[in-house]
Ligand binder design. Structure first.
Ligand SMILES: NC(=O)c1ccc[n+]([C@@H]2O[C@H](COP(=O)([O-])OP(=O)(O)OC[C@H]3O[C@@H](n4cnc5c(N)ncnc54)[C@H](OP(=O)(O)O)[C@@H]3O)[C@@H](O)[C@H]2O)c1
Length: 324
């Protein structure tokens, strides 16, 4: 696994990062999370050192699992988490009754997306100093650590990003040694560009991949000029690029389906898996520090490492993907 400098922070990170939004949660196969802990430890033994989570992923369970997996090897991993979303009380209740609900839901074969809407709840955000201080303390507890390598604001709206009121509290957390660096996990390219205007920001996270190519125009250059690390996410289109999806499923899931079918044709032409081409497309951008891949299983890890080590895209392949 290649390692890269994380902007100008001095940290070194694996170029493939583990996206932890899909670990834990109400429908995890194993109520105790032991399988997931093994998956995370396998990832580290395979050289993946960067882990991106958030306090709200699986109502805190994602952070808890990371804490269990890595508290005895803390210095070997770079942990990036996020704050800013409030967990509605309904969600907290669900987190408490989850061990009871999960086996029943599994037994009945209920899929996550079919759960009652009350479980997803409506999410509000808070980027005030008081809120972030408490959120950080809770994340530290769940992660079983006394410092976080990268603390990110989780999808702040434009006015919050440009206002910059959060810089003071993030600087104070940094001075106290509770966080090493801070950044912004942006919802879109425009927000990432706005975030880069703040001097203290060490990283931006944003969507990039075959289904989100816009960042190629400008943001990467701006980040490099500033010395900020770039965390690219959604390389597999949040799983829309999976070849197991039927054409009918794709049409129901996304309006981008015609592009996905085009990518499938190109991949077939070059006898490569679509996901391999998608990953190689993102790995071709030198300004990207980490490509986050959402993973849940050891199969995901071994396949994705194989895709990462595959041949780089040749000019013809790259041009064809770019043209879609
Ligand atoms: N606003 C934010 O800050 C924000 C927003 C979104 C994401 N993120 C971060 O970015 C990370 C990645 O995002 P993402 O998980 O939505 O998107 P992604 O990486 O594009 O897609 C991940 C999904 O692709 C499938 N997959 C992965 N490897 C595979 C393989 N080898 N073969 C077949 N399928 C495979 C899995 O789907 P199945 O689970 O269906 O198997 C997996 O859940 C998240 O975990 C999170 O850390 C941050």
């Amino acid at each position: 696994m290649r390692v890269k400098s994380f902007g100008n922070t001095g940290l070194m990170v694996s170029e493939i990062g583990f996206g932890c939004s899909r670990i834990g949660g109400i429908l995890s196969q194993n109520g105790t999370g032991n399988d997931t802990i093994k998956v995370l430890q396998t990832a580290l033994s395979e050289g993946i050192t960067f882990y991106d989570t958030a306090d709200m992923y699986s109502q805190g369970e994602s952070e808890t699992l990371l804490g269990k997996a890595f508290s005895d090897r803390r210095d070997r991993v770079i942990i990036a988490t996020k704050g800013g979303y409030c967990l509605p009380s309904q969600r907290k209740l669900i987190a408490r009754i989850k061990p009871l609900v999960r086996p029943i839901a599994n037994m009945l074969g209920i899929k996550r997306q079919n759960l009652p809407s009350g479980i997803s709840g409506s999410l509000s955000q808070d980027f005030s100093s008081d809120y972030l201080v408490n959120a950080l303390e809770a994340s530290l507890r769940r992660l079983k650590t006394d410092y976080i390598d990268l603390y990110q604001l989780h999808s702040p709206p434009k006015d919050i990003i440009t206002g910059g009121a959060y810089i003071e509290i993030l600087e104070s957390m940094k001075k106290q040694g509770k966080i090493r660096f801070y950044g912004i996990a942006a919802d879109c390219i425009e927000d990432a560009a706005l975030a880069l205007a703040h001097p203290g920001i060490s990283s931006v996270q944003m969507p990039f991949g075959l289904l989100d190519k816009e960042a190629l125009q400008s943001v990467f250059t701006a980040a490099e000029k500033k010395g900020a690390a770039v965390i690219a996410r959604g390389c597999f289109g949040g799983s829309l690029l999976k070849e197991s999806l039927t054409e009918l499923e794709l049409k129901a899931l996304t309006e981008k389906w015609p592009r996905i079918l085009e990518y499938r044709k190109i991949a077939k032409l070059h006898t490569r898996p679509v996901l391999e081409m998608a990953l190689q497309f993102s790995m071709r951008v030198p300004e990207i520090t980490v490509n986050l891949l959402g993973m849940r299983t050891t199969d995901h890890i071994s396949l994705n490492l194989k895709y990462a080590e595959a041949a780089s895209l040749n000019e013809e392949e790259y041009a064809q993907l770019l043209a879609v």
